[in-house]
Design a binder for this molecule. Structure first.
Ligand SMILES: NC(=O)c1ccc[n+]([C@@H]2O[C@H](COP(=O)([O-])OP(=O)(O)OC[C@H]3O[C@@H](n4cnc5c(N)ncnc54)[C@H](O)[C@@H]3O)[C@@H](O)[C@H]2O)c1
Length: 315
């Protein structure tokens, strides 16, 4: 089992990912600006936008002890980098761009130069350019897979794409395995019966922005674990989504009836997620454990109070 540095472990996705990694037997160090209360995980308050802090944290001790163990601290086996602003409009655009690109650059740069063999990055399905577009934009084709050309126009997604490009360059130069996970909207275990999933099921035409696909936080932990298990793939980008479409229609029937102009480039499985996870299943052996139907209970339609400014969420 490995020694894994997680960044952003104090956040929404990070807490669940860490729980899954601990269950798989890994030792975790969390780098975050905010504390995390888990007895088995030390959080080192680290500002990832400061390269000196990042190098120091990745080369330092894993926990506080008196005295510290003899010898140099062990090198991490991998870094899972989740920290950053998780959408637009949390801070002004220039700050989101600065912090997200600088933090990710610093992690990749330090990991490669310190000889850490694997980095797993939180990218986003927002890079496909629909989630935070200016107005209504269509996907060029279905399924939305990793080969599709990406041309996002919003700051958050542009920064994620810059991060993917930095990762690709460093992986080629240093021979490091760097896997970018394009994560969909993340659902924690208790979130399947809130407004968003209700809307997915009963008002699916509203959810083109999420590509009628989602990411279970526990399964995201499973995807990270699958990425830790498989090595030697160099730079890779994976849609990190769950298996199935988020409404009740067969996928092809839904897409053909709502987007008749958009080409479908291959046969889709009956309920396959339009933001397809076929690649992460094929190359990393990921197997979904938490299909939404297991947790969703709001099968009957009821009037839903949407927010006045429309649905807004992270991707
Ligand atoms: N939540 C989603 O639906 C979603 C969807 C797609 C992609 N993602 C990506 O997944 C990752 C995690 O998302 P989340 O929802 O858990 O976000 P979150 O906001 O809940 O957690 C982010 C964490 O990063 C930390 N952080 C921010 N800036 C930092 C810095 N400079 N140095 C150290 N720590 C810093 C924060 O303190 C926080 O604990 C993000 O990269 C996000 O872009 C999230």
């Amino acid at each position: 089992m490995g020694r894994i540095v997680v960044t952003g472990g104090s956040g929404k996705a990070g807490g669940t990912v860490i729980t899954e990694l601990l269950e798989a037997g890994h030792t975790i160090l969390n780098l975050d600006l905010m504390p995390m209360t888990h007895p088995a995980v030390h959080t080192l308050k680290t500002d990832l936008t400061d390269s000196g802090q990042v190098f120091n944290a990745l080369a330092g001790q894993w926990s506080l002890s008196e005295p510290f163990p003899e010898g140099l601290p062990p090198r991490p086996d991998a870094v899972i980098h989740l920290a950053g602003y998780a959408r637009n409009m949390l801070v002004p655009d220039n700050e989101a761009y600065r912090a997200n690109t600088q933090g990710t650059y610093n992690i990749i740069d330090a990991a490669c130069k310190l000889g850490i063999p694997k980095v797993i990055l939180a990218s986003s399905t927002a890079v496909y350019g629909v989630s935070f577009a200016q107005g209504d934009v269509n996907y060029p084709s279905f399924p939305i897979d990793e080969d599709q050309d990406v041309n996002p126009t919003d700051t958050y997604a542009i920064a994620k794409l810059c991060d993917e490009r930095v990762a690709r360059g460093f992986a080629a130069r240093y021979g490091t395995d760097i896997y970018s996970l394009r994560i969909g909207h993340v659902f924690g275990p208790d979130e399947y019966n809130g407004d968003i999933f209700y809307g997915y099921v009963h008002e699916p035409h509203q959810w083109k922005v999420h590509g009628w696909s989602y990411t279970d936080a526990r399964d995201l932990g499973g995807m990270c674990e699958a990425a830790l298990r498989t090595s030697g793939l160099g730079y890779q980008v994976f849609n990190a989504t769950n298996d199935t479409i988020t409404n009740l229609m067969h996928t092809e029937e839904f897409l053909r009836s709502h987007y008749p102009e958009t080409p479908i480039t291959r046969r889709l499985e009956k309920f396959e997620a339009p933001l397809s996870n076929a690649k992460i299943k094929r190359l990393l052996g990921f197997q979904e454990q938490h299909p939404w139907r297991k947790y969703f209970t709001l099968w009957d339609k009821k009037p839903v109070a949407m927010r006045a400014d429309g649905p807004v969420s992270s991707t």
